[in-house]
Structure formats: structure tokens, C-alpha cells
Write a protein that binds this ligand. Structure first.
Ligand SMILES: NC(=O)c1ccc[n+]([C@@H]2O[C@H](COP(=O)([O-])OP(=O)(O)OC[C@H]3O[C@@H](n4cnc5c(N)ncnc54)[C@H](OP(=O)(O)O)[C@@H]3O)[C@@H](O)[C@H]2O)c1
Length: 299
């Protein structure tokens, strides 16, 4: 399978490298990272330890064939630009897969691609960008893939993910799964980013009450667009993730520490704005979005 990974940073480089064992994979990323990969291969440390020699480009114009699928791994705020570049260069007759967090990516893809071409992936694999040419596979996790309309291609892709060593399942309701992952992120990311705390600190009495409120409010907004999520079940999943990652810094906190933009608009910000449309006043999600933006501004 010819696979183009659009946005080879932490997670894109990990998936691209491991998929390259049995597929023709090209990483598209920033010049410095790509240059190092070309010079001496991509070094992966941590749970995966190897050097991968694979195609790497920093300009789409250097991709001289047509991929079977483009896997998008840019941060959610870069999805629009990525999709526009993909359409301009390849047209609409290819599969596109979002392997990102956030609630707005599928919506953005839907505006540009036919539903049968859209695949969505969610992963709890964890990866860190160490320096150009080098990443760390910090945690093994599970990957879920699904399509908006049944496509046989999904099954082929599933086989490739499994062969690459990713524990993968096919979802028959990927949109609900996107919501579930987003609600986990909505509960963990902003609070840890605002207070600069490890995930485990969220079990504090006051913070855990806020986690429950975010969960309740977000589920209500999801219900407004026809996504049913059981509160107790969702909360159980959130505490499970918090327990499993209690010593970790959330991705949003890591972005704040690095002085980078966060994905808050695609998570809590998205929930708040959608709430307005469906008649749910998502006050906590609004407040958290505003507070994270203050943290982004005052580094
Ligand atoms: N890392 C994880 O463990 C993990 C796990 C699960 C899900 N995710 C999700 O996966 C997505 C990506 O996360 P990440 O941690 O991999 O982010 P990341 O390390 O920032 O990777 C994205 C990369 O894409 C590059 N990029 C953006 N636009 C580009 C363009 N037009 N051409 C070439 N390169 C471009 C970025 O460069 P610049 O930084 O210079 O813009 C960056 O190097 C997010 O939605 C995240 O929530 C991450």
C-alpha cells in the first residue's frame, strides 16, 4: 500500500515508520526533521527501538506518485491547510484518514471529501518528538479505526496496522468513539494545562468534581447532535485513563510548557460552540477554553 503521512511529528513519524515495514510509506514533515531522516534514518527510542530508513519529504511537490491513502497527523489547527494541500495536489479520489484528536477534523474532511473516502483513526499510542530525526515511543496503546461509510479499504488498512504491530480494532460507530476520546481529553487536558499538574492530581477532591461536571456537560452537547453516551460508563473510562497516565503530563500541558498553541479549540472550544447551536449552555467548557488561551498567551 502506498501511504503518505501528512505531518510527520511525534505520532505521524511513529505510525509511518512502523507501517513502512510492509508498505511504501513517505513521511511529509518539516525540513529539519526530514533532513535528518534522509541523512541517517528515523531513530525511535522507548517502547520501539530501531532506526527506520524510509522516504521523507518536506514539500508535497516531491511526492511523485499517487498514494492509496494520506494519513493526516498534523495538530487539529493545521487540518484545514493540510486538506487544502491534499486536494490541490491529488484531487478527491484518494482515501484520507485523520489520526488526530479533536472533534472538528471529521467535519472538515466531510466538507471536502466524499464520505466513502474518509477514514478515522484514534490511538492511545503515545509518542514524543525528541529532536529532528528522533522520537520516543513513550507508551503502547490501542488504536481504533472506522469509516463513515462501509468501505472494503478499511479492512485492508486494518490488516496493515496489525502487521505493523499496532493493537487495532475496527469500530462500527467511529463518530461516537471520536466523541468519547474527545470527552476524555476535555476532562484531562485543560485542567492539567491550567494548573501545570500531572494527570493523577485530577483525583483531588475539588478537581474531580470539576471533571465530573465537564463530563456531564459534554455528554449533554453530544446528545444534541444525536450521539448517546452513558454518563457512568464515560466517567469510568475517564478515571481509568487518569489512573493509567497518573504520572504523565497531558499533551496540552506539554504544548503550554513548550510555548506552543494547544488543541483547545478542537476540544472544549468545539464543545462550547456546538452547545450554542444545539441549545446547551456549556459554561464549563467555555471557561476552560478561555483559561487555556490565557495560558497560551502568557508564557
Ligand atoms: N503524540 C502523541 O502521543 C499523540 C497520541 C494520540 C493522538 N495524537 C494527536 O495526533 C495529532 C498530532 O500530534 P503530534 O503530537 O504528533 O503533533 P506534532 O509532533 O506537532 O506533529 C505534527 C507535525 O506536523 C508538522 N506539520 C504541520 N503542518 C505541516 C505541513 N503543512 N507540512 C509539513 N509538516 C507539517 C508540524 O510542524 P510544526 O510543529 O512546525 O507546525 C509537526 O512537526 C494531534 O491531533 C494529537 O492530539 C498525538
Amino acid at each position: 500500500m502506498r501511504i503518505l503521512v501528512f505531518g510527520a511529528g511525534a505520532i505521524g513519524s511513529l505510525f509511518g515508520a512502523k507501517l513502512s515495514k510492509y508498505n511504501n510509506v513517505t513521511l511529509l514533515g518539516r525540513e529539519e526533521h526530514i533532513q535528518k531522516i534522509r541523512e541517517r534514518g528515523l531513530i525511535i527510542r522507548g517502547k520501539t527501538r530501531a532506526i527506520f530508513h524510509l522516504n521523507a519529504i518536506s514539500r508535497l511537490e516531491d511526492y511523485k506518485t499517487e498514494p492509496d491513502i494520506v494519513i493526516i497527523t498534523v495538530k487539529s489547527y493545521d487540518t484545514d491547510t493540510a486538506l487544502k494541500n491534499i486536494i490541490d495536489y491529488f484531487g478527491k479520489d484518494i482515501y484520507v484518514m485523520s489520526l488526530q484528536n479533536g472533534l472538528d477534523n471529521v467535519e472538515k474532511m466531510r466538507k471536502l471529501f466524499d464520505e466513502e473516502k474518509i477514514i478515522v483513526g484514534l490511538t492511545t499510542e503515545a509518542s514524543l518528538f525528541l529532536k529532528p530525526g528522533e522520537i520516543e515511543h513513550t507508551g503502547r496503546g490501542k488504536t481504533t479505526i472506522g469509516s463513515l461509510k462501509n468501505t472494503r479499504f478499511l479492512e485492508q488498512l486494518y490488516q496493515e496496522f496489525v502487521k505493523a504491530g499496532f493493537e487495532t480494532r475496527i469500530s462500527n460507530n467511529i463518530e461516537r468513539d471520536v466523541w468519547r476520546k474527545a470527552i476524555v481529553n476535555a476532562c484531562i487536558n485543560p485542567l492539567t494545562a491550567i494548573f501545570g499538574i500531572k494527570n493523577g492530581v485530577l483525583k483531588n477532591k475539588v478537581l474531580s468534581e470539576i471533571v465530573r461536571d465537564i463530563c456531564r456537560e459534554s455528554i449533554e452537547v453530544a446528545r444534541g447532535v444525536g450521539i448517546e453516551i452513558d454518563y457512568e460508563d464515560m466517567l469510568r473510562e475517564i478515571w481509568e485513563v487518569i489512573d493509567l497516565t497518573s504520572e504523565n503530563l497531558s499533551s496540552m500541558l506539554q504544548s503550554i510548557i513548550k510555548g506552543r498553541k494547544t488543541e483547545i479549540d478542537s476540544i472544549n472550544g468545539y464543545i462550547y460552540n456546538l452547545g450554542k447551536k444545539v441549545g446547551v449552555e456549556a459554561k464549563i467548557n467555555k471557561l476552560l477554553t478561555e483559561l487555556v488561551k490565557i495560558r497560551e498567551e502568557f508564557k
